[in-house]
Every structure is written in structure tokens, then in C-alpha cells.
Design a protein around this ligand. Sequence first.
Ligand SMILES: Nc1nc2c(ncn2[C@@H]2O[C@H](COP(=O)(O)OP(=O)(O)OP(=O)(O)O)[C@@H](O)[C@H]2O)c(=O)[nH]1
Ligand SMILES: [Mg+2]
Length: 423
Amino acid sequence: MKALLVGVTTKYDRYDIEYSLDELENLANSLDIEIVGKISQQLDSPNPATYVGKGKIQEILLNIVGSNADMVIFNDELSPAQLRNISDELKIEVLDRSYLILKIFELRAQSRESKLEIKLAKDMYLLPRIQYLREKESRIGGGASTATRGAGETQRELDRRHLMSEINHLRDELIAVKKMKENQIEKRKRNEIPIVALVGYTNAGKSTTMNSILEYTKKNETDETKDVYAKDQLFSTLFTYNRKITYNKVNFMLVDTIGFVSKLPHNLVNSFYNTLQEIKNADFIIHVVDTSTNYLNQQINVVMEVLHSIGASHIPQIFLLNKWDKTISEYIDTPGYKSIRYSNKTKQNIDLLLNTILEEISPSFISARLLIPYNKGDLANLIEEKCQISKRNYESNGTYYEVEIPKKIYPLLSEYDLDTLVS
Ligand SMILES: Nc1nc2c(ncn2[C@@H]2O[C@H](COP(=O)(O)OP(=O)(O)OP(=O)(O)O)[C@@H](O)[C@H]2O)c(=O)[nH]1
Ligand SMILES: [Mg+2]
């Protein structure tokens, strides 16, 4: 299938149109659609009737002929009216960005919950557009529908009713599935195991990083280290996956999440954000960045915006500068955030990454019972000065303390920690 891409740019846009259309091209390519041309128009705002201006429609028509395109894909979600008007003018298939994303999600969905969520989002999107989009269902990604455009009023009404009853059904099923999941999250919270979330733009390498950490921290062959799915495609991961990691005796839950992209379909936003609730529960965020792309800054911005919109921007964060084996920049500026140069190919700095995680999730004070020999007056002074002392006993072989020690100075005292001494 060959498609023309059409985008409108306004002065309020955050990303330049070139980037935005490249992103759209990537989405289309994931559905085996070949792009044969890109057209853009600068407007104050998209035209409510036809998205682009009237004259531009003529230019698109000429381009369709010239490029042999068999569909036109618009860079924003078209309203049902826009979709109708444009379809009438262009007389070939018209799709929009939202439809592509929904379609990709639908093809990738694996779990029962993700299938339900995406079906619901897609049905909600289709409901007001059914008469113009059912036909396309059968052309991209192998949908099952046989409806044709211009089907009679009765057929249209039947389609609509069918969709509505399906939507109600899906909602009920989802409520049941969600209840089960909430219970699980509750349980985990009560266990108080710290949560570390891998977040980032789609295809940045989150799932691969999860697998590298699983492999690296695996002690013996019998450990349960079930890999998560990672692949060179957009949206390999839908929803979240959790794996318990133990490193240097510290446990934490590592959470792999769905990749971000700009301009997500409205209908997907709800289901998508539900899956991101787990990020809000995180104690620490590893922001995985693909350093091999030309669009590094735009991708970072997309991720920061989503984090902000789900109320997760206050959570401590580190930038994992991934794919450093093929980075195109020597230096990447991440103002205000720590960053680690990393690669899943070479595993460079994986130990630094894990140590940083431990540092972030471990409490800032360590409770300990110490026995400080009388000849270590300097250490006794340090304790008196820096630690919160809840008990102090002078015993025959030294001073016994029960204290809260600031994490930073614990290494100076660990030698005298009664609970770690080898007997
Ligand atoms: N060269 C190189 N490739 C990498 C590295 N890390 C990941 N990749 C590749 O990048 C592609 C995407 O990796 P994933 O781990 O699936 O990416 P993701 O962020 O989970 O993507 P989504 O789940 O689709 O959002 C895969 O083909 C990986 O093999 C790396 O450090 N270097
Ligand atoms: Mg993934």
C-alpha cells in the first residue's frame, strides 16, 4: 500500500512538521505502508471542515495522481466531519494518525487486558466514523469487516448498534479485569518493595535494558528471569511488566512500560494512562534515551511531557543514554539530571546503573547496632556528631550504639556493624 502524508503546522506546534511527519512515516511503515510523498501546510489552525485549506485539497489530488498513492494519511486526528468531507473530495482511502496508532496497538496487544483496552479505544474512535472507516478495516493489518462505503442507511445503523453493544460489553469485562489487578498492586505496595520504572520513547530500548539487568543480576540458572519481549519496532511493549530484581542483597521491582509517542489518540489516552499508573507509584525512574536517533531532543521532550501529564515529574529520574555503541553525539546535555552512558550491546556501565538504582532506593538513613572500640575515638565523635542515637552503652570492649546513620557515612562504620560482622 502506498500513502501520501499530509500535515498542518501551526505556530503553536511544539515539534517541527518535518519531525512530526517522519514520526508518522515510522508509524505507517510499521503497518507495511510505503510513503510516496509528504505535504504540509502552515495555518493558524487546522480547517474545521477539511483540515487543510481548500486550495491544498487540489494539490493533494494532483499528488495522488502523480505518486500513484492509494491512500492519504493525515497527521492529526480528523473529526468525523473532516473525515467525511475529505473522503468525498479525494475519493480514495483517508486515514489519520490516531487510526494508525490504534491499529498498531491492536496488532501488538497480547494480554487479555490490553486486548480489551485497545478494542474499546478503537470502537470509541470508530463509532462516529463507522461509515467512512469500516472499509479500511479490511485493508490494513487484515481486519475482518466486509462493509463497503456507501452501504445503506439500515446497514449503517446496524453497524452502529453493533459497536455500541460491543462497547458496553468491553467496559464490563474491563472493570472485572481491573479489579483483579488493583488487588495485586495493593499487595505489592504493602510489601513495600521499592519500584523502579523504565520509561522512554518507543523503541528506545527499555525492554532490552530490562532483559540485560535480569541477565546480569541472575545468580544461578534456576533463578526465575523471564525475559520480556523486545524488538526493533514501535510499541513492542503495551502495558507494564514487572520483574523482581535482587542486587547486592537489595530487592526492588523493575517495571517495563509502554513506549511514548507524540499526539496519542484521545481514545487511547485513557487506557494508556491507566497502564501508566504504575509509573506514578515508582520510587525511581530510569528514562531510557536512544542516542542513535536524530530526534533525541524531541523524543526526550515527548517523554517529559507525558511524565508531567500523569503527575510523575517529581519522581527522581536518571537519564540512561542507551545505544551508546552507535551514538551520534559525543556529549548529551541533560540539565539537572544525572546521566549514564550505556549500551545493551556492550553492557558498559551496567554496574554503575545498578549501583545508582540502589543508592536512590535505599533509605537515606541506615539503622544499625554498632560496637566501637575505645581506641576509635574519632569514629565515636563522628557518631555523636552525625547520627541519631537512640541507645548508648559503655561496655567492656567498646561503646555500644543503636543509631540511624546517614547513608553517606555508613561505609566508614560498616566494619563495626554488629549485624554484618562475620561470627
Ligand atoms: N545497537 C543497540 N541496539 C539496541 C540497544 N538497546 C536496544 N537496542 C535495540 O533497539 C530495539 C528496540 O528495543 P526494545 O527494548 O524493544 O525497545 P523498547 O523501548 O522496549 O520499545 P517499545 O516497547 O516498542 O516502546 C531492539 O531492536 C533492540 O535490539 C543498544 O544498546 N544498542
Ligand atoms: Mg518495550
